[in-house]
Design a protein around this ligand. Structure first.
Ligand SMILES: *[C@@H]1O[C@H](CO)[C@@H](O)[C@H](O)[C@H]1NC(C)=O
Ligand SMILES: *[C@@H]1O[C@H](CO)[C@@H](O)[C@H](O)[C@H]1NC(C)=O
Ligand SMILES: *[C@@H]1O[C@H](CO)[C@@H](O)[C@H](O)[C@H]1NC(C)=O
Ligand SMILES: *[C@@H]1O[C@H](CO)[C@@H](O)[C@H](O)[C@H]1NC(C)=O
Ligand SMILES: *[C@@H]1O[C@H](CO)[C@@H](O)[C@H](O)[C@H]1NC(C)=O
Ligand SMILES: *[C@@H]1O[C@H](CO)[C@@H](O)[C@H](O)[C@H]1NC(C)=O
Length: 655
């Protein structure tokens, strides 16, 4: 049978035509060979073979490059930094179009941040203007202090106080945003880390000195502030994963009655001033354990308002990392300033980035790329549907087969939209010459936008984070989301001089990523959720679950370290590459398998950053080697012997 008209081929042709205008096509074979270590045998250690010559240079490492993905991000940062620093020295911001205005704002904020002429007074003045009266600023030692007002004032500027108030998608439905009340993050303090604690205490002391305290008093107070923050931290269990709690939302009225001393109604009245809302209908997901502990703790600490009030006072400059980076190297300082832009002006930064990557006609090029990604997604879906139609997992089990197919068909792909250049969204403030005031203004308007999203303002598409490159699958929404940063990487923006290379790289890169996320809908967690993302325990028949489980058990075998922790990722890795490979072959009749496998592996060069806590992924080398070891096509392509490492007898395969 003739394969259907290849949409991947069309995709490649169209991408090719538009990208040729931008950059000279590269010799991708040469590039693939550059990173490989020809002295390693591919059948013995494929990751080492494909990545043995991969490296990142000093500027990239300073910006966080430790593997291929973080290197892409570092390169995006380098490009942005170069532009912001070069254009700030010329007069190129003076033109008067909306795009250049938003670029000029980015430049203003970046320059201010880099010059670091910041002053803590701007922050304490802002808090005082909010109506909270801080004993330290008035030089009282005792007296009353309205911590509810101060805690709320912090949040209007985006900072966290005694809790974090986040605005996130409702965990039950796609189309609603609600408030989450969670414990603070203690990033500056760290956990059980003496050095961090020492540095943080010194930092607080310096802020206090700048506020006019004498050295001895500043040192004493800083010590008490750290002790107070540690007592907050102790309210959390030791291994607390600081993720969103999956609890049922409750009304503010209900929550207030359980936590009377926290005066939540007054807190929300302060931050939601000017918005029409009602405490009976305002929904919240709250970490009750933490808040109850906090209530007890505050009862003890109201006897020392100086500590509580000063701790809150310094949370605002700490949120903007005021002076934290004073004695840093220039490279770290640049990184920090770019992170500020990412946090406060993500839409404008994203647009500038796509302009730099795609050139002047970036909007058209971008829109075309989005359309073509949709085509790739559709092809993968069709291939997966074919597999679900035929898999033995659902033999003589039409009901479950149909459930699975319905879920696949209902799955959506969300791609980021470039923000309107007219301004950074409604109410973007005018920036002036005072850096601190600019930061506060931007943060204030960002917080207001968040609140409006809770009360009806439409949520504009997905995270437009220009410096994030990780796609993810949302179980409870049955959808895949691509961040803006990914759109600017070579995964999408690369044209090889040979069309066959482009096609192989696209399939092994973006194709694999989409397929991997798709398979998460059908991993050990995914099969508990239905097409709308609702928990659907018991929908699949027992025999389908048993057949699935028997096959999935292979991913718990000896080749997998920490297997119970990483099993879902291991399923998505292998089954995802299987799907990407089948789609590549069957829908375009392509045969360039060597390029396909090398390109796949090279997207995972380098090592995973050392992270505290548990990782859901195996290391890159294990990941790549286990995946290719599961593909008979790999052994055929590289002519691996039956005894070689990359050709195990026991190959995992579910679908
Ligand atoms: C391959 O490496 C050489 C030297 O290391 C370099 O000059 C060349 O630009 C690289 N080619 C590609 C396509 O990256
Ligand atoms: C590192 O590589 C990037 C991207 O190729 C380049 O822009 C930068 O100048 C290099 N830095 C050094 C120190 O070689
Ligand atoms: C830019 O446009 C604004 C209003 O559209 C105007 O007030 C301002 O003078 C213009 N600036 C320049 C440099 O042309
Ligand atoms: C508090 O005292 C310090 C030094 O003693 C002084 O510099 C500062 O202006 C005083 N603040 C107020 C609000 O009076
Ligand atoms: C899968 O099976 C259904 C029902 O028989 C059919 O309608 C659909 O076209 C099939 N899908 C593919 C991709 O063959
Ligand atoms: C397995 O997990 C532990 C932490 O739970 C970690 O220290 C270890 O490095 C992991 N092993 C591998 C091979 O990833």
């Amino acid at each position: 049978m003739k394969p259907p008209l290849s949409s991947i081929t069309r995709l490649v042709v169209i991408l090719g035509v538009m990208l040729l205008k931008l950059a000279a096509a590269q010799d991708c074979q040469q590039q693939l060979d550059n990173d490989t270590d020809a002295e390693v045998k591919p059948c013995e250690n494929f990751h080492q073979y494909a990545c043995g010559n991969w490296y990142s240079n000093t500027s990239q490492r300073i910006l966080g490059a430790h593997d291929m993905r973080s290197k892409w991000v570092a390169n995006l940062k380098l490009q942005l930094i170069r532009y912001l620093e070069e254009s700030s020295s010329t007069d190129s911001f003076s033109a008067n179009t909306s795009v250049t205005t938003s670029t000029a704002q980015l430049g203003t904020l970046y320059r201010c941040c880099l010059l670091s002429g910041q002053s803590i007074r701007t922050y304490t003045d802002a808090l005082s203007r909010s109506g909270a009266n801080f004993p330290l600023l008035a030089n009282h030692t005792g007296g009353s202090f309205d911590w509810v007002l101060a805690n709320a004032a912090l949040r209007t500027y985006g900072a966290q106080g005694l809790w974090r108030l986040l605005v996130k998608d409702n965990w039950q439905s796609a189309d609603q945003r609600i408030f989450y009340m969670l414990p603070p993050k203690f990033d500056l303090l760290g956990r059980d880390d003496e050095l961090n604690e020492f540095l943080y205490q010194r930092y607080l002391k310096i802020l206090l000195l700048e506020l006019g305290l004498r050295v001895r008093r500043a040192a004493l107070l800083a010590e008490k502030l750290v002790a107070f923050e540690k007592s907050l931290q102790k309210l959390l269990p030791n291994d607390a994963e600081q993720t969103l709690v999956l609890r049922k939302p409750q009304s503010l009225k209900d929550l207030e009655s359980q936590l009377p001393r926290l005066e939540l109604k007054r807190y929300f009245e302060t931050i939601l001033e000017g918005i029409d809302w009602d405490s009976k209908t305002l929904l919240l997901v709250a970490d009750l354990d933490y808040l109850q502990g906090l209530q007890r703790l505050l009862a003890e600490h109201t006897s020392d308002p100086m500590v509580l009030s000063t701790w809150l006072l310094l949370q605002l400059p700490a949120y903007f990392e005021l002076r934290l980076h004073d004695d840093d190297k220039l490279g770290n300082q640049r990184n920090h300033c770019l992170e500020q832009l990412r946090k406060l002006m993500p839409g404008q930064l994203g647009r500038l980035q796509m302009q730099l990557v795609l050139g002047e006609s970036y909007q058209d090029v971008y829109d075309t790329a989005i359309q073509q990604i949709a085509v790739l997604f559709r092809d993968l879906k069709q291939q997966f549907e074919l597999v679900l139609n035929e898999t033995e997992v659902f033999n003589e089990d039409l009901v479950t087969r149909n459930l699975a197919r319905d879920k696949l068909r209902a799955m959506r792909l969300l791609t980021p939209r470039l923000q309107d250049p007219i301004n950074g969204g409604p109410g973007t403030p005018q920036l002036g010459g005072n850096c601190d005031a600019n930061l506060l203004q931007l943060s204030l308007s960002q917080a207001k936008l968040e609140y409006r999203q809770v009360f009806g303002e439409p949520v504009t598409s997905v995270p437009a984070d220009p410096l994030s490159v990780n796609a993810y699958y949302r179980l409870k929404l049955n959808r895949i989301e691509l961040p803006l940063g990914l759109m600017a990487t070579p995964l999408i923006q690369q044209q090889c001089s040979k069309e066959a290379d482009t096609r192989a790289k696209l399939s092994a890169g973006l194709g694999y990523i989409l397929a991997h996320e798709m398979v998460h809908a059908f991993d050990l967690d995914g099969l508990n959720y239905d097409a709308t993302g609702q928990l659907a325990n018991g929908q699949w028949s027992a025999r389908a679950i048993i057949r699935f489980g028997l096959r999935a058990g292979c991913y718990l075998g000896v080749r997998y370290s920490n297997a119970t922790l990483t099993v879902n990722e291991n399923i998505a890795d292998t089954e995802g590459l299987r799907l990407a490979l089948d789609t590549y072959r069957h829908r375009s009749g392509a045969t360039n398998l060597r390029t396909f496998f090398v390109a796949f592996a090279q997207n995972w060069c380098g090592t995973v950053a050392s992270t505290s806590g548990l990782s859901q992924h195996a290391g890159h080398a294990e990941r790549v080697n286990n995946v290719v070891g599961n593909m008979p096509e790999f052994g055929d392509t590289f002519e691996c012997k039956a005894t070689s490492q990359m050709n195990p007898v026991n190959k995992c395969h579910i679908w």
